[in-house]
Design a protein around this ligand. Sequence first.
Ligand SMILES: Cc1ncc(COP(=O)(O)O)c(C=O)c1O
Length: 389
Amino acid sequence: MKQSPNTQAVRIQTPRTDQKEHSTPLFLTSSFCFDSAEEMRATFAGELENNIYSRFENPNAQEFIDKMCALEGTESGFATASGMSAIFSCFMTFLNAGDHLVSCSSVFGSTHTIITKFFKRWNIDYSYADLNDPDSWESLIKPNTKMIYVETPTNPGLDIVDLEWLGRLAKKHNVILVVDNCFATPILQRPADYGADLVLHSATKWLDGQGRVLGGIIVGRKDLIHEIYLFSRNTGPSISPFNAWLLSKSLETLDVRIQRHCDNAEALVKALDGHPKLNSIKYPFHPSHPMYEIAKKQMKRGGGLVTFDLKGGLESGKNFLDALEMLTLTSNLGDTRSIASHPASTTHAKLTPEEQLAVGITPGLIRISVGIESIEDIKADILQALEKS
Ligand SMILES: Cc1ncc(COP(=O)(O)O)c(C=O)c1O
């Protein structure tokens, strides 16, 4: 009987050992054994599919991958130690000296650093397209363009890229389309359904959802994932069995957690709409979002992140953080506990005000990762802190 992706995220399980355990054990082992020299030879020769070494594969990693493939609707995957190692492995597997990447400046800060600062070392070229001008993207694709890389919704600007349109564009030019689906999660959006060849995540965020471990994953077309596997088993970004075990358990509750995060985010948006201390509020499913129609088309709900712009700018942003009593000040998101951050004075403080504005960061921008606490407590803390901002 074919099960739904959410049931598969609960039920996919490593085959039971002879201990008859109900919950998957932790395979905390660096390597795996062979019964004979012939079995070992044949496994190394690729004639038999057996576990060899946890840098290559591990049952806990495989369970996490299988659940993510079910959720994202993809054929195959490879799990990594962090979101950044997933992104870096993806770039390094496919981009050679002389190749070109199309992306946009609204990508996660470390991804932006790899593209703009490190790519030069390997003679990899890039062009940043304008998110607000989709017509311009095609003109940036050159004969040596190998990959289009986007994030949607973006961090921290919550901008949206039209995946249906981008999937068609990538196919037309035979370019690999990679989508960072960290903010939406497969519960709200499945980029592979729109033609993304590879979908990746910082599992550190919503997939774990409880702020405990770093992890990453790339899922997608089997032939491409095989290339990533061959590159990664030699270069070593693989996930630890412990983190994979924990992330696989986390996926059992992903759907219920994301629904609650969305319920709370929607209620928070309602409470903040038109607040006198705010210039604006941004949420993918708020009609004032510039890409509201696209968000509605490709996402099931608006997600757990909300941003707003304080009229009082930089100082107000700092005052707001200092006045919070329950929300945590921490540089993470996607946690059961609500988190507030002020990009202009923290993560993006090194950028000039012009550079900040170019990636959608105003001096008074506050990002809230809405947790699953009682919404009344979340609203009360944010509203009292706004009064003091
Ligand atoms: C959208 C996005 N992609 C990638 C990353 C990097 O993930 P990690 O911190 O797990 O390396 C982050 C981290 O915040 C992120 O928000």
